[in-house]
Design a protein around this ligand. Structure first.
Ligand code: BV8
Length: 319
């Protein structure tokens, strides 16, 4: 792993503060999983085919075209299952094991923190998980956790065809390969031939029409359409999780530090935890590739900003 760009004085002051901190929060976003090859929501990653990812992450989009939304989520499930946790996921999990006053608040739905061994009691999935599935029938409360069936229904299988990333002389894992494959298919105008899976994030790949009857349905009530167990825009965050996080924050003791890792901090109420932690005395340490993303409300005196890849910086910071 390349050595990071952290100034020794900043590293020392941060690590000293962390060492003597009792109560620490980490608010994590898509940038935490970027080093695992999963695209973020902003920039190139924010587009799935010609759709803005945010426009697909709503109950209205699902009601309007469940086949399209299921293909979006089935693709992301597939990508997440192909990805591996990166050193930052492992470093956060290790911190959670050794510091009992530490909580990770993750906006990510990719399951990588869990796969890195992060203790579940210290990991709050604010926006649910790609691997939770639930029934949409109002009278049925069926939910299942399923991180092994891929695709979740045969009709959602990723179409085959097109050149594999390796044959394009590109990196063979992660977003790089996806983008290169997309570029190659755009540029080459190649038609799918059989063989490797197509990258159905590329809007030149024929998008199969999927009949609702071929989408996953509830095994309990028999007729409810199943949906991804994520929190869509306009939906409440899980009450149990909100209460647990609020109880932690509202304890009489101060909060010593909040790490803000790989997030543009634009989605609420998740981003609001930065202000809440500050109000309880927390110093803020931002880890981000983009100097412009310094977290909700920007940096204040005593904060840290560590510029670079979370996959490289976080393990160094949490050593
Ligand atoms: C709700 C699951 C209320 C689905 C997601 C004020 C208060 C309350 C609500 C609102 C409010 N203002 C607006 C709202 C509504 C809305 C909202 O916040 N809208 C935004 C767009 C303004 N919020 C909601 O709807 C929430 N619900 O408030 O309910 C309510 C009350 C009563 C009754 C009913 C409802 C629900 C929001 C949850 C949405 N679901 N995810 C899915 O994943 O498909 S959000 C989704 O987008 C992600 O989970 C994540 O939270 C967000 C993307 O953010 P990031 O993770 O930060 O990713 P992004 O790409 O933006 O940034 C990546 C960052 O990483 C960048 O800074 C980049 O520079 C950096 N980076 C990149 N590479 C690296 C890196 N950093 C380090 N290393 C690298 N290698």
């Amino acid at each position: 792993m390349a050595s990071s760009s952290i100034k020794p004085a900043d590293l020392e002051s941060f690590q000293n503060h962390l060492r003597y901190s009792d109560r620490v929060l980490a608010l994590c976003g898509a940038g935490l999983s970027a080093a695992s090859g999963l695209p973020t929501f902003r920039g190139a990653g924010g587009l799935w085919r010609s759709y803005d990812a945010v426009s697909l992450a709503t109950p209205e989009a699902f009601a309007r075209d469940p086949g399209l939304v299921w293909q979006f989520y089935s693709y992301r499930r597939h990508m997440a299952l192909q990805a591996q946790p990166n050193p930052a996921h492992y470093a956060l999990a290790a911190l959670a094991r050794r510091k009992k006053g530490f909580l990770t608040l993750s906006q990510n739905v990719d399951g990588l923190s869990q796969r890195a061994g992060h203790p579940a009691s210290r990991l709050h999935l604010l926006h649910g998980s790609l691997f939770d599935i639930k029934c949409t029938a109002f009278y049925c409360n069926y939910t299942e956790s399923n991180n092994f069936t891929d695709p979740i229904a045969p009709a959602l299988a990723i179409p085959k065809g097109g050149p594999s990333p390796a044959s394009l002389g590109t990196a063979t894992s992660g977003a790089g390969a996806t983008e290169s494959l997309q570029h190659a298919m755009h540029g080459a105008g190649s038609k799918p031939q059989g063989g490797k899976e197509l990258d159905i994030s590329d809007d030149r790949v024929e998008m199969p029409e999927i009949d609702a009857k071929d989408l996953p349905h509830c095994p309990r009530c028999g007729d409810g359409l199943l949906r991804p167990g994520v929190v869509w825009f306009g939906e409440r965050l899980p009450e149990k999780i909100i209460n647990e996080v609020d109880n932690f924050i509202e304890e009489p003791k101060k909060i010593d530090l909040i790490l803000v890792i790989g997030t543009s901090a634009q989605v609420y109420p998740a981003a609001g935890y930065i202000d809440k932690a500050r109000a309880k005395g927390a110093r803020v340490a931002v880890v981000n590739m983009d100097r412009a993303d310094t977290g909700r409300g920007g940096l204040e005196k005593g904060d840290w900003f560590f510029e670079g890849d979370a996959g490289v910086l976080v393990p160094e910071l949490l050593k």
